[in-house]
Design a protein around this ligand. Structure first.
Ligand SMILES: [Zn+2]
Ligand SMILES: [Zn+2]
Ligand SMILES: [Zn+2]
Ligand SMILES: [Zn+2]
Ligand SMILES: [Zn+2]
Length: 298
């Protein structure tokens, strides 16, 4: 949309008017047929048409060009009133500088800077508004540390605020403690389970070791029994050996006395000695005794 023709001071050449909105060109573009339009006007026209709105010659967006330089110069030199004229701004300036003026115009509406305030006030009265705005805030003068909006000033009670805060903190703390307790319990639980597992493992190991120990003990007992038996047999053999030696000596004595060959006697004696200590010994001994008697008879 172009600038309202009413805002201009003095004569405006008809060539500087938009062929669509009939106002003074804003961001102008020009068709090959030299008709000129505001860029927003011609772009929305071309959505539904494919021709110049003035003479119906074929037209596409790609064919649009900037306005001739001399026309741009004419445009920018036009004198225009500030859009806040109705609010009281008397400013008249060139079209090229009107935007800058309006950005800073004291009569432009600006939003109040206090959070939550919905009001828009003229820039020149913003300071006055801020000092009375219901959404201005200040720190509580009684030292509770709260920032109070001026609309809440009357209801503010330090004690009540602090009590609410305390309640909030308390419930937060309870919540946190509950969380910590929960976590500790679950950790303990898992440790307990772990310990129980370990205990049963150790128990079965102990049982195993007990079994091994009892097996070893019975082996030892068997070995001790065998050793005792062995020792008894050894003693028995020793006894028999001594007996045989006695016998041998007596045989030798008897053999030497009548003057016969003594060499006959020893071999059976040694043979007897070499034999393992066993039940057979009794037999051998009897046999020896018999022989010795035979020798004596001879
Ligand atoms: Zn226009
Ligand atoms: Zn045209
Ligand atoms: Zn102004
Ligand atoms: Zn305000
Ligand atoms: Zn307070």
């Amino acid at each position: 949309m172009g600038y309202d023709l009413e805002r201009f001071v003095g004569y405006v050449n008809e060539g500087l008017l938009c062929c669509v909105c009939r106002d003074v060109l804003e961001d102008p573009l020009q068709a090959p047929c030299e008709h000129a339009f505001c860029s927003s006007c011609i772009n929305s026209w071309l959505v539904h048409h494919h021709s110049c709105p003035e003479d119906r010659q074929p037209l596409e967006g790609a064919l649009l060009r900037p306005l001739f330089r001399y026309m741009r110069n004419d445009l920018s030199r036009l004198q225009i009133r500030c859009r806040n004229r109705e609010q009281g701004c008397e400013m008249v300036c060139s079209l090229e500088s009107v935007e800058r003026h309006e950005r800073e115009c004291e009569y432009s509406l600006v939003a109040c800077t206090n959070t939550g305030c919905p009001l828009q006030v003229e820039r020149r009265s913003l300071q006055a508004h801020l000092s009375t705005c219901e959404f201005r805030s200040r720190e509580c003068p009684h030292g509770c540390g709260y920032t109070i909006l001026s609309c809440e000033d009357a209801q503010h009670s330090c004690v009540a605020e602090l009590r609410t805060e305390l309640e909030l903190l308390r419930s937060e703390m309870i919540c946190k403690m509950e969380e910590v307790r929960h976590e500790m319990e679950s950790r303990l639980d898992s440790q307990r389970r772990h310990m129980v597992q370990k205990e049963s493992l150790l128990k079965s190991e102990v049982e195993e070791l007990k079994g091994q120990l009892s097996r070893v003990m019975s082996d030892v007992r068997a070995l001790l029994g065998a050793e005792r038996l062995h020792r008894q047999e050894l003693e028995q053999a020793e006894l028999e050996k001594r007996e045989l030696l006695e016998l041998l000596k007596s045989l030798q004595r008897e053999g030497r006395a009548p003057g016969t060959a003594p060499a006959q006697a020893p071999p059976p004696a040694t043979e007897g000695l070499r034999r393992p200590a066993s039940g057979a010994h009794g037999l051998t001994l009897d046999c020896m005794k018999r022989k010795s008697r035979e020798v004596t008879v001879i």
